[in-house]
Every structure is written in structure tokens, then in C-alpha cells.
Design a protein around this ligand. Structure first.
Ligand code: SF4
Ligand SMILES: [Zn+2]
Length: 424
């Protein structure tokens, strides 16, 4: 379970035959369904191995791996028709697996939803003044190959250091550390030649000192390796393979932000945002099936965003600033608006958010009839109780009743929705 929730749920008690069927189906399939990829987000480096070990392990068999791959392909590769309606009835969240097809990939409105998030990010990306956030280095704008290489070396190094520091502490704290680090070692070659004691001293206060040592060792390797010669690889797979301490999340961040490639970057914030957008209810910290499903979704979304570049800007280049902006937009939304207690009234992507629309349906007391669902979702944990008993919803109903009789000053609709407390 992921902390407090208004939609209080557990896997122990169910309220309808349908839910029980869902639970049984899930229990059966959870034995069969494997997570195919190792967990990694902001847990890229060795210190997080303990955390990774705490994740529920499911026995990996070929059939489970195959089932997971099949489910992800069904949801994200060719999503086809995407049901826009919230689950029905909302109080029990009965839904089929196809409910988790992302509205971001909807044929008719997907592009509009994707653009909404990017436009919002463009409007706020400089608000928090992060010095490592810079304009994308567009290779087609730099005709001099040697100058381009230098620019990319520098950007990859800057983003790499910022991402590792951001895994340690808050943005506001990292800003000072990052600025001091870059003043001292402006290039990866400078860092490679640094005194190990100086590196540890610059890291002091950030914690996990072995990370500082590992960054230093990795910098030396990247500078000395004849295939890299100071330039980090551009693909996520090569970054993970060649650079010690760089895991899936950091690799995705460097590949997309610096090199403009369609690589997913999923940290804790993105797990939360996408679980809500997709309406996946489950433990985003420990359930590998849920985590892997969100990584697969993030992969499909960033690919779609990268392809938008070809159609919107009529470009033939496969790389652009869009994948990096997209990944950072999801992280920014998760750290400023879609926080554990989300401020949906400020959210630019309510239209594509399953959870938001479920909450909206509940607030309007719309509850459908029990649907005849053959393919019950096997990803979500089942709901425990009828949400109409939720104090948040009761409070909302009281607010609505009062607003009819008292003055006409109603709380803004979306503000009221945040009273439902979507805490998952
Ligand atoms: S609508 Fe609310 S729950 Fe959905 S993504 Fe936005 S802030 Fe998060
Ligand atoms: Zn589900």
C-alpha cells in the first residue's frame, strides 16, 4: 500500500461477486505473470540494492515473462480502441485490463493530451531555476563536429551529475552542490583528474559517499575508454552497459535529455503520476508487476512523443528535444502538482487522468451498473470497500448540499475534487 488513501483499499475484503472474481483472477495470474525487467528508477546504484531486495519477488518463469510482455503489448504497443469512461461502477472499480490503455495514446485526443503536458512544462520549466536545465543541443544546428562533440560531452556530464545528486536530496539543496561541483570540475576530464579526497569533500552532506567515489571512477573510465573518450554513450542500453553506477533511470534521463532519444525515465514521481493517469491501483514502491507495467507505459509514451516531432514539425530526424522535455515534464508534475496529496485543480492533464475522472464521477454520484467484464484487470489490487463511505466524499456531498441552500459561492469544482483525496 502506498501510504494514506482516500480510496481506501486492501486486498483482503471485497464487496461484490465481480470483485471476488477479479481477486481470484488476479491471484491466479499474479502467479503466472512475471516482471521482466529489473526494478530501477532513482534506485540506480548499489546503495539501493537493499531497497530493490525489499520489492515483492515473484517467481520468474518463461510463461510469466511471456504473459507480462503480452499484457504490455496489448496495453501500449497498439492500443486500438481506448475506453474513455471511468470504471464502472466506480465504487468497486470493476474494470478490464484494457482500462489501463493510456488516454495519452488515444487516436482521437492523444496528441492533444501529450501537447497539454509539454506546453505546461514549457511554461514552468524555468520557475525553479535549476542550473542544469538548459536548451537542448540540436546537432543539426552545430555544423562543426568537434564543437558539437564538446557541447555534448559537457551536457551529458552536467545532466549525469545532476541526476545522481537529485537521487540524494531535494532540488533546492542540489542547486548549490551542483554549482560548486561544476565550478571545481567543469568537464568530465577535470573530474577524472581530480583528487579522490577532493571529490569526497565536495560530496560531503549529500550522503551515500560511495556514490561520489563511483562517479569519480566512472568519469576516469569514460575518459580513458577508447570508444567513449570522454563522451557518454547516447543510448540508454549502452549507458547502462558501459558506465558503472548508471542504472535504468539515469540512463533514460541522459539519453532523452541530452541526446534527444525516446528513452523512458521513471522515478518515484513519474510512477505516481502515471499510475494515476492509467488508473493502476497498486503499490508503486514494491509491486514489480505494477512497476514494470508503468515502465512499459512510459516507454510507449515517450516513443509517441518522439514521433509527434516527425508529424508536427515535419522533420525526418528521429531525435529532438521532445523526449527530454516529456520526461522532465512528468517529473516536474509529480514533484509540484501530482504530489502524494495532488492539487488536481492546477493539473494540466486532468482530461487524460483515469483517477481524476473516477473521482469526478463519484463526486457527481454517478455509479454505473455492474459491467459484464470477462477480462478482469490483473494488475490492480482489488478495492476493499464502498467509496461512498469515505469521509472525503461525505464531506464533499455535504459541501454540495450546503452550496445549494447557502450563498452561491461554490468551491471551484476541481478544488472540491481534491477534497476526495486521491492518495495513490
Ligand atoms: S489530475 Fe490529479 S491525480 Fe491526475 S495527474 Fe493530475 S494532479 Fe495527478
Ligand atoms: Zn486495473
Amino acid at each position: 500500500m502506498t501510504g494514506k488513501r482516500s480510496m481506501r483499499l486492501s486486498s483482503t475484503r471485497l464487496s461484490s461477486n465481480g470483485s471476488n472474481k477479479s481477486s481470484r483472477t488476479r491471484a491466479r495470474l499474479s502467479k503466472e505473470t512475471a516482471s521482466s525487467d529489473a526494478f530501477a528508477s532513482d534506485n540506480d546504484t548499489q546503495e539501493s540494492d537493499d531497497g530493490a531486495r525489499r520489492i515483492k519477488r515473484r517467481k520468474v518463469t518463461k510463461s510469466r515473462v511471456h504473459k507480462a510482455i503480452e499484457t504490455h503489448a496489448f496495453l501500449f504497443k497498439n492500443p486500438g480502441t481506448i475506453p474513455p469512461e471511468p470504471c464502472s461502477p466506480t465504487s468497486q472499480r470493476q474494470h478490464s485490463t484494457s482500462y489501463h490503455k493510456p488516454l495519452f495514446l488515444c487516436e482521437s485526443r492523444g496528441l492533444e493530451h501529450r501537447q497539454a503536458l509539454l506546453s505546461w512544462f514549457d511554461s514552468v520549466s524555468t520557475t525553479r531555476a535549476m542550473p542544469w536545465r538548459k536548451s537542448w543541443v540540436n546537432p543539426s544546428h552545430e555544423p562543426d563536429a568537434s564543437a558539437l562533440r564538446k557541447l555534448l560531452e559537457r551536457r551529458a556530464y552536467e545532466v549525469w551529475i545532476s541526476e545522481i545528486m537529485l537521487q540524494q536530496t531535494r532540488v533546492a539543496v542540489v542547486i548549490d552542490y551542483w554549482n560548486r561541483w561544476m565550478d571545481k570540475w567543469p568537464t568530465i576530464q577535470d573530474l577524472a583528474g581530480a583528487d579522490p579526497e577532493d571529490v569526497l569533500a565536495a560530496w560531503r552532506g549529500l550522503g551515500y559517499y560511495s556514490r561520489a567515489t563511483r562517479i569519480h571512477e566512472a568519469a576516469k573510465l569514460v575518459v580513458q575508454d577508447p570508444t567513449m573518450q570522454g563522451l557518454l554513450p547516447s543510448t540508454a542500453s549502452e549507458l547502462e552497459e558501459k558506465v558503472p553506477g548508471v542504472g535504468r533511470y539515469t540512463a533514460g534521463a541522459i539519453s532523452s535529455i541530452v541526446f534527444g532519444r525516446a528513452a523512458p525515465m521513471v522515478d518515484g514521481n513519474v510512477l505516481r503520476v502515471l499510475s494515476r493517469q492509467l488508473g493502476i491501483y497498486g503499490n508503486i514502491k514494491s509491486d514489480k508487476m505494477v512497476i514494470d507495467t508503468i515502465w512499459a507505459a512510459a516507454d510507449a509514451l515517450v516513443r509517441a512523443v518522439a514521433l509527434d516531432h516527425l508529424s508536427i514539425e515535419d522533420s525526418k530526424s528521429e531525435i529532438s528535444d521532445r523526449p527530454g522535455r516529456w520526461g522532465q515534464a512528468l517529473m516536474e508534475l509529480g514533484s509540484t502538482i501530482c504530489t502524494p496529496k495532488p492539487n488536481c485543480s492546477q493539473c494540466p492533464i486532468t482530461a487524460s487522468c483515469r483517477v481524476y475522472n473516477e473521482a469526478k464521477n463519484m463526486s457527481q454520484n454517478k455509479d454505473g451498473t455492474v459491467a459484464d467484464i470477462e477480462d478482469f484487470c490483473t494488475i490492480c489490487e482489488p478495492f476493499e470497500e464502498d467509496l461512498s463511505n469515505d469521509p472525503g466524499i461525505t464531506a464533499l456531498q455535504e459541501t454540495k448540499a450546503n452550496s445549494k441552500t447557502a450563498d452561491k459561492k461554490k468551491a471551484p469544482k476541481q478544488l472540491t475534487l481534491s477534497g476526495i483525496r486521491i492518495y495513490w
